[in-house]
Design a protein around this ligand. Structure first.
Ligand code: FAD
Length: 462
């Protein structure tokens, strides 16, 4: 069999790349190891509840998120955050502290000490660092805004988004805009004010989903791609051949492709491209992705004392909790729990406590029930309790990540027709993966067009 582009991996990144190339008229084949497409974007209806096994929100601040919803005719199924989302919560000395939504929420809430609030303002006056060295998020935020803010606000946020530790991740890879503001204006806050005055946007998030959950997106992309997706096919090896690549599909045969997009997790990419681009393979192999577990619990509303009037809560490492955080799923979006019930999802493990993510389901449920009893006043047996283990969780953008991406991004210069895409390039959120996928599709399209032009010219000269 032969195809123009083989896309290896049918998660959001692979499906979005394939769909874009398909719309541009290329013959595309998606090869997905599992029986269903979508990768970590998987939503499941369970007795009137809706469990998100992986992502639960789309960030509308990334324009492609809203664009793709419209392009795929999904706007009528779209749901915005519920009116009940009034706060974010951070755990403080064993209790939930409410931080009102909005930019000044942290300054008006009593979560940070008065000294810490004043220290945030010192960013306006402090000299800039000029050695250009990559710093950790913790070092950068402590230096600019103070240690208390970094430890009690930024670290929980990093745990919530990356399953990571602020003291281990690269600020240049995660918050390049903040680094650029310090470089240009000497202060992040001053730079943000300038940017706002010039009409520029600062990074932020406005969250949405669809009625049947995030998997609506990969399900629709897969439906549009139809028989161009081959499910239950694990790629074993990619080797170069005349006019493209041979792709070894084990007992499912072989596929010849003019071009290949590797859209798997980084550690799989490292294995698959080892023979054709050892440099990129070594770079991908350096990306860690510690395990994560999701524990989804439903309770009768009357059995939970907390009003659950927010997005959920996050914990800082200093609090020594077993969960990184939790989402109040049934407050965030409609249809996540039957009438009279609530649904809360807890996230466990990541770089902070990888061993916890490997615990068996009954132990994880026991652990989360105890945390929810303590923090939310959730009493009695849950109506529903489900666990999803992710042995390979989210990619950690550690110091040196920019160099890794440098080596990965130039794979196509060393091996014509080879492209890589996924959540380890520009950010792990689904919306950013879509953005990265669009760029990958454009690059692959350019390559295929050039190759087609060359073939036509060669045929004409014969
Ligand atoms: C618990 C959790 C919560 C999250 N929450 C959010 C959130 O709320 N909002 C948000 O925006 N993002 C969130 N994310 C991040 C986001 O879900 C992921 O970064 C994104 O979905 C990654 O998509 P992907 O296609 O790049 O990778 P994946 O989804 O990992 O897809 C890779 C695909 O490659 C396939 N594959 C692997 N090996 C092979 C092979 N040899 N041959 C063929 N196929 C192969 C896999 O089966 C898989 O389908 C969360 C992630 C997790 C795990």
């Amino acid at each position: 069999m032969t195809t123009d582009v083989a896309v290896i991996g049918g998660g959001v990144s692979g499906l979005a790349t394939a769909y874009d190339l398909h719309c541009r008229g290329h013959k595309v084949t998606v090869l997905e190891r599992q029986a269903h497409a979508g990768g970590s974007a998987f939503s499941e209806r369970l007795d009137g509840f809706l469990m998100e096994h992986g992502p639960s929100t789309m960030n509308a601040h990334v324009p492609v998120a809203g664009q793709i919803s419209s392009e795929l005719d999904l706007d009528s199924l779209r749901c915005e955050l519920g009116a009940g989302v009034r706060n974010r919560y951070l755990v403080s000395r064993g209790k939930l502290a409410a931080i009102p939504m909005g930019p000044l929420g942290l300054l008006t809430a009593g979560y940070l000490s008065p000294v810490a609030k004043l220290r945030i303002l010192a960013d306006l006056l402090l000299p800039q660092r000029s050695d250009g060295e990559d710093e950790t998020v913790m070092d950068f935020c402590s230096r600019r805004f103070g240690k208390e803010f970094a430890e009690r606000v930024i670290d929980p946020m990093i745990a919530g988004i990356y399953g990571g530790r602020a003291s281990e991740l690269s600020v240049a890879a995660i918050f390049p805009k903040l680094v650029a503001l310090e470089e240009k204006y000497g202060s992040v806050s001053l730079g943000a004010m300038h940017r706002r005055r010039e009409g520029g946007k600062m990074p932020g998030s406005r969250l949405f989903s669809w009625r049947d959950g995030i998997a609506t997106l990969p399900r629709t992309l897969a439906y549009r791609l139809g028989d161009k997706i081959r499910r239950g096919v694990a790629v074993r090896r990619i080797s170069p051949c005349h006019n493209g690549f041979n792709i070894d599909l084990g007992n499912r045969g072989r596929l010849h492709a003019k071009s290949v997009v590797v859209a798997t997790q980084a550690h799989v990419a490292a294995r698959l491209i080892g023979e054709i681009d050892p440099r990129a393979a070594a770079a991908a192999g350096r990306i860690h992705a510690p395990p994560l577990a999701v524990v989804f619990l439903g309770f009768p509303r009357r059995n939970v004392a907390h009003p659950l009037d927010g997005l959920g809560f996050l914990t800082s490492e200093a609090e020594h909790r077993n969960v990184l955080g939790a989402q109040f799923s049934s407050t965030m979006f409609p249809g996540r729990a039957p009438d009279g019930q609530v649904a809360v999802s807890a996230y466990i493990g990541g770089a902070r406590a990888p061993h916890l993510a490997r615990l068996a389901a009954p132990e994880l449920i026991r652990l989360v029930r105890s945390e929810f009893k303590d923090l939310l006043g959730a009493e009695g047996e849950p109506t529903i309790a489900r666990v999803r283990h992710w042995p390979v969780g989210l990619p950690q953008y550690e110091p040196g990540h920019r160099e890794i991406i440098g080596d990965l991004g130039t794979a196509g210069d060393r091996v014509e027709g080879l492209f890589l895409t996924g959540n380890y390039f520009a950010g792990p959120s689904v919306a950013v993966c879509l953005n990265t996928a669009r760029k990958t599709a454009l690059a692959a399209h350019g390559y295929l067009e050039r190759a087609r032009g060359l073939q036509t010219r060669q045929a004409a000269s014969r």
